[in-house]
Write a protein that binds this ligand. Structure first.
Ligand SMILES: [Zn+2]
Length: 273
């Protein structure tokens, strides 16, 4: 996707170059007053900067006023990178206007050069920022998400910290649908229990929304792209599931097989009336 973007950018630059050469032929000096343009460009630049900062600020205010670790987790997972990306794009756009807000003289040629340089610089900065957000920033997000996921939940009943159950312990609290989901799709349910009152809180974490570290390039861009059941579990035998991973950065693919638990028929206490 990145390569595609670079290709498009270079195509665009190749198209604009001949225009510049052509423009040079009819160069003429126009002694004019550019203060109204300068004024407008400066204002647009400042407004863009303000909007960009407000978007980023709005995101963090919303994040800090979000109650509950799980809600915070979901909010970061869903919105952090896209909010920052939009904010930065608007600021870059503002930067282009700002860079062109102190014009003293212009020719057709100079207009072309200014547009060319502004667009080129904006694209370069955008590509750099995009790479940072896509490949480096997730490490930082990952650390914070981990803290949020395992931070002891507070029981609303007693106000005391609850205990996170292990994979084995938690099955009792998950219904059949949840267990099937945990088996088949890369979904994790965390069960928190208040040991005094037995109050439980169940949280769902979707694996396909969550990238792992790629064993090939080490970026946090390794995601499950497909899951298939190789062998259905029966009541007596375990089944097998194949998970297909692909790296969003280097394209590295891997398969990992997992075990599907035996389909123990849940002994339903059929009320014999
Ligand atoms: Zn990779």
């Amino acid at each position: 996707m990145n390569k595609e973007f670079l290709k498009k950018t270079s195509m665009f630059l190749l198209l604009i170059l001949p225009t510049l050469v052509f423009a040079q032929v009819e160069e003429e000096e126009k002694p004019e007053d550019y203060s109204s343009w300068n004024h407008m460009a400066l204002n647009i630049g400042l407004v863009c900067a303000a909007i960009g900062i407000l978007i980023a600020l709005g995101y963090f205010i919303k994040l800090y006023t979000t109650k509950g670790s799980k809600d915070k987790y979901d909010f970061i997972n869903k919105y952090e990178i896209s909010s920052l990306w939009v904010a930065i794009i608007i600021i870059i756009l503002g930067g282009c206007f700002f860079a062109n807000s102190s014009i003293t003289h212009l020719t057709t040629m100079l207009i072309g050069v200014r547009i060319f340089v502004s667009v080129a610089m904006a694209l370069i900065v955008a590509v750099i920022v995009q790479n940072l957000l896509k490949f480096y920033y997730p490490f930082y997000i990952e650390k914070r998400l981990k803290v949020l996921r395992y931070q002891p939940r507070i029981s609303p009943k007693t106000g005391k910290p609850m205990k996170l159950l292990s994979e084995e312990e938690e099955d009792v609290y998950l219904d059949e649908g949840m267990q099937a989901e945990e088996n088949v799709f890369s979904v994790d349910y965390d069960v928190w229990i208040d040991q005094e009152t037995g109050y439980t809180q169940i949280e769902k974490y979707a694996g396909h929304l969550h990238a792992l570290q790629c064993p090939e390039c080490n970026y946090q861009t390794f995601k499950i792209v497909k899951e298939e059941i190789v062998k259905q579990p029966t009541e007596t035998e375990e089944g097998e599931i194949m998970k297909h991973y692909q790296c969003g950065y280097c394209g590295y693919k891997a398969r990992k097989s997992g075990v599907l638990k035996r389909q123990t028929k849940v002994e339903q206490s059929t009320a014999t009336a």
